[in-house]
Design a protein around this ligand. Structure first.
Ligand code: ADP
Ligand code: MG
Length: 425
């Protein structure tokens, strides 16, 4: 009587539409607006409800049982009151198209259940993980009980005790398992995002002193020139030259501050077409004070290649890698950055002549908290850089030799653009 296969198939639908797909969306579309999130949740839950109703567990004439109420519970609770109303409507419409005696029963069950969900939805969203699991399980348990009572009392259907028990237990367990797993994965995604911010803040504070240093120099120069201009016996041509130099110095200081602020501001997450040459140069503006302090010479050979990415993220990635390179050369060295075309990709090569890494160290790059710098390191820089590289569908290959240096090869998919269209952007 009780078709386990169909039940497992129902559970599979719920896993696909309510667990896997939302997590994949969450991982790959962090720039989703609240509205897009709302509609994605409604669409995926509707698909889960439709699939459950389409592959039900036939019980008796006209009655079908499935896990649609579990989908309604989870999608509704995470989506909020509007989602509960929409998904309730969707459930009734789907069930009516299948027909049978149970269709009328569904309307009553969904109506009662929607009211219950609406009462609980606010409390659910603001609860910690364990309470969310508890609330959703209790709610879907009530849904199962309402469905059974409704069919029995109002429509005179009779179900065996074994069936009723299994139906209630499976509904309860499916909800608890799904909500627990969803919360668990979401928590991991959140921790990953927080790590990126933590590393960024660390770099922001590291860079602050060198940026201040770099801005102080032009200010001293400008002050000197202004003092000279103040002197009475300065010829007009010299005066003009001093003013021009002062303006150039102020521009330079301004650029350093602008780049620093751009980097320090919270992520805005917007993907657009970027020029690798500009991005590398901006990164170098920020990192050059640090390079100067270590007597590191920077050499570049850059081309105007275009790719798609988020400018703040790519700068953070380049900064993390170049900062490591410079730190690997405490007593002078050379940092080289080149770009080359390789089929449809652009190959960005960043190399240093520093202390290098062993094979074991290369293998551990990107592992959270792996650092050889003791309390001076966070061990998050490479993890963040690798995450950013992966999010651009790019790849990283590292070669290193102890005491010779390290080379980072980053292969990024190129976009072909007319130079004129870039200028218009
Ligand atoms: P941190 O810089 O805070 O130590 P990272 O994640 O940026 O953390 O780097 C992890 C480790 O990888 C570093 O501690 C260092 O041992 C090694 N590493 C990264 N880049 C280089 C490099 N260019 N040369 C030598 N070692 C490097
Ligand atoms: Mg680092």
């Amino acid at each position: 009587m009780f078709e386990v296969q169909e039940l497992l198939l129902n559970f599979l639908f719920l896993i696909i539409f309510l667990l896997f797909m939302p997590i994949i969306f969450e991982l790959h579309s962090s720039n989703f607006s609240t509205r897009k999130r709302f509609w994605t949740n409604n669409l995926l839950t509707s698909l889960a409800i439709l699939s459950c109703i389409s592959f039900p567990i036939p019980i008796m004439d006209g009655y079908i049982f499935d896990l649609r109420l579990v989908a309604l519970t989870i999608g509704g609770l995470y989506g909020g009151i509007s989602s509960i109303l929409i998904l309730g409507g969707v459930t009734v419409i789907f069930r009516l198209t299948v027909g049978g005696l149970g269709a009328a029963a569904t309307i009553i069950v969904v109506l009662l259940f929607v009211i219950l969900l609406m009462i609980m939805s606010h409390r659910f969203i603001h609860s910690p993980k364990n309470k969310k699991v508890m609330y959703s399980s209790v709610l879907s348990l009530s849904a199962a009980v309402i469905a059974l009572l409704n069919s029995t009392i109002i429509f005179g259907a009779s179900f065996s005790v074994l069936f009723s028990f299994l139906y209630i237990m499976i509904t309860l367990c499916a909800t608890a398992v799904l909500v627990y797993l969803y919360e668990f994965f979401n928590e991991s995604i959140l921790i990953k995002k927080q790590m990126i911010t933590a590393e960024k803040m660390q770099i922001v504070s590291h860079l602050a002193s060198s940026v201040v240093h770099e801005v102080k120099n032009p200010l001293t120069v400008v002050k000197g020139f202004l003092q000279l201009i103040l002197l009475d016996d300065i010829p007009a041509s010299k005066r003009k030259e001093y003013l021009k130099t002062s303006i150039l110095e102020i521009d330079r200081a301004n650029e350093i501050i602008a780049d620093y602020l751009m980097f320090a501001k919270p992520a805005s997450e917007n993907i657009k077409v970027l020029n690798i040459k500009e991005e590398v140069q901006r990164t170098l503006n920020l990192i050059s004070p640090l390079a100067n302090m270590n007597n590191v010479i920077v050499e570049t050979n850059l081309n105007d290649f275009y790719f798609r990415g988020d400018e703040q993220l790519i700068r953070q990635c380049l900064l993390n890698i170049t900062k490591n390179c410079i730190e690997a050369m405490p007593n002078a060295g050379m940092l080289r950055i080149d770009t080359r075309r390789m089929n449809n990709d652009l190959l960005l090569t960043i190399s240093d002549t520093g202390q290098g890494m062993t094979k074991e160290q290369i293998a551990r790059l990107g592992e959270p908290y792996f650092t050889t710098k003791g309390s001076n390191g966070t061990g998050l820089g490479m993890m963040v850089a690798i995450n950013i590289i992966e999010s651009m569908n790019a790849s990283l290959h590292v070669e290193s030799e102890i005491n010779k240096g390290t080379t980072f090869n980053i292969c990024i998919p190129c976009v072909y653009v007319e130079t004129s269209s870039i200028l218009q952007e």
